[in-house]
Design a protein around this ligand. Structure first.
Ligand code: FMN
Length: 384
């Protein structure tokens, strides 16, 4: 049997959180829900034990009460946030608008499905319980999508679990894991959303090890080896931006980087600006590196390459990502090559050990990068 990969991938990449395009007028047949649950039940479960339970709410009065619960937890907040952000170019404005729409119309959605599992999580964080239900509930959403229906994964109402249990008569030993409004969608032309490319968040053979291509086994410089560290900072984006573009600041935290100064004609972050970085290692003494700012997207990304703009010895980058609950996730990335650097001399001296030279160098870099990221966090949070 051949699986139509294109069709499967289409369903997987376009199963969106549908809120504003839920068709509130068109009835949903119970059988289609049951068919999708049968499909979802094919998902793996711990011990191969059938422990998932599905609550399908269609009664208008119960939906109304559910909608009120949802509004108390998050809906009211979403509606207020939508009104506050209306007309602004705030990055969260579209999702808040969509979420507020759902909050206002939840009671009108034809069907609300609550996937649940027998058992209470022991709070240990150890895998077991939720791991047996979430993959199944997601299969349910994808199966709906394949049939022209949509849903939105929501969990906010779970903050009112006692009231939810009371409303639906759910026993205490059952855990609800999501609330999925289900309807036919208005149109089916959903698109993949912008997401982080796999290469930036996939680590081969050890946490934090990224590659631009390959990697071959054993790895080589030609694979574009790199690493990343990250830290969540409780501060405004402008304060984090000021810190990451203060090119001398990392010298306060790094064991290797000792300082940097803007070259003549430059005095701050700008595309094409150049600066000189100073480093020190006991085995090598002091050395200087010319640096070229090749990424300057205030307030989201600041990066530079070393040695040669067209054939860099390394590429460094700070990325600033706003966090849902406030604050900024700072990601600090390094990519070695593709041009020559001090590393190539070591590789030439140690034929056959290229992978080890790369691994050792990245380990040292990574430790320093973590110091720098943690240092920037402490610095910014102290200033705020
Ligand atoms: C764990 C989890 C909880 C969520 N809770 C809610 C919620 O309570 N209300 C809501 O409107 N959306 C909720 N969402 C949806 C997200 O806000 C977000 O819109 C969605 O993951 C991305 O939508 P997209 O796939 O269409 O890009 C939740 C998503 C997840 C994964």
């Amino acid at each position: 049997m051949n699986i139509d990969t294109e069709a499967v991938d289409l369903a997987l990449t376009t199963t969106r959180a549908v809120r504003r395009r839920l068709d509130l007028e068109r009835p949903v047949d119970d059988q289609i829900i049951l068919d999708c649950i049968d499909i979802a039940e094919q998902a793996p479960t711990g011990g191969n034990q059938s422990s998932r339970r599905w609550i399908v709410v269609r009664d208008p009065e119960i939906k109304q009460e559910l909608a009120e619960l949802y509004r108390e937890v998050v809906g009211g907040f979403m509606i207020e946030a939508r009104d506050r952000l209306a007309g602004t170019d705030h990055p969260r404005a579209p999702v808040v608008r969509s979420a507020a729409h759902l909050a206002e119309h939840l009671a009108e959605v034809p069907v609300i499905v609550i996937p649940a599992i027998v058992g209470r999580h022991d709070g240990s964080g150890a895998p077991g319980l939720f791991d047996s239900v979430i993959q199944s509930a997601w299969s349910f959403c994808v199966a709906l999508r394949a049939r022209g229906l949509g849903s939105a994964w929501t969990t906010a109402v779970l903050a009112k679990a006692p009231e939810l249990k009371e409303l639906l008569g759910i026993p205490d030993e059952i855990t609800e894991i999501a609330m999925l409004p289900v309807a036919w969608t208005k149109g089916t032309d959903f698109r993949p959303a912008p997401r982080t490319p796999a290469r930036e968040i996939t680590f081969f053979d050890g946490y934090g090890r990224t590659y631009e291509s390959g990697p071959k086994t054993p790895v080589r410089m030609a694979d574009g080896p790199g690493t990343m560290v990250e830290v969540d900072i409780a501060a405004e984006v402008d304060d984090v931006w000021a810190a990451v573009t203060d090119i001398a600041l990392p010298a306060q935290f790094s064991d290797e980087f000792t300082g940097a100064t803007w070259d003549d004609g430059f005095d701050g972050p700008a595309l094409g600006a150049t600066f000189t970085g100073h480093n020190y290692l006991e085995v090598l003494g002091d050395w200087e590196v010319p640096c070229f700012v090749d990424v300057c997207e205030e307030p989201a990304a600041f990066g530079w390459c070393t040695s040669d703009l067209d054939n860099p010895g390394a590429r460094w980058r700070f990325e600033l990502q706003p966090l849902m609950g406030g604050g900024i996730r700072l990601i600090y990335r390094l990519l070695l090559g593709p041009g020559p650097s001090g590393l190539n001399a070591f590789i030439d001296q140690n034929p056959g050990k290229e992978h080890r030279v790369i691994a050792n160098r990245l380990r040292v870099h990574r430790a320093n990068m973590q110091r720098v990221a943690d240092g920037i966090k402490a610095h910014v949070e102290a200033v705020v």
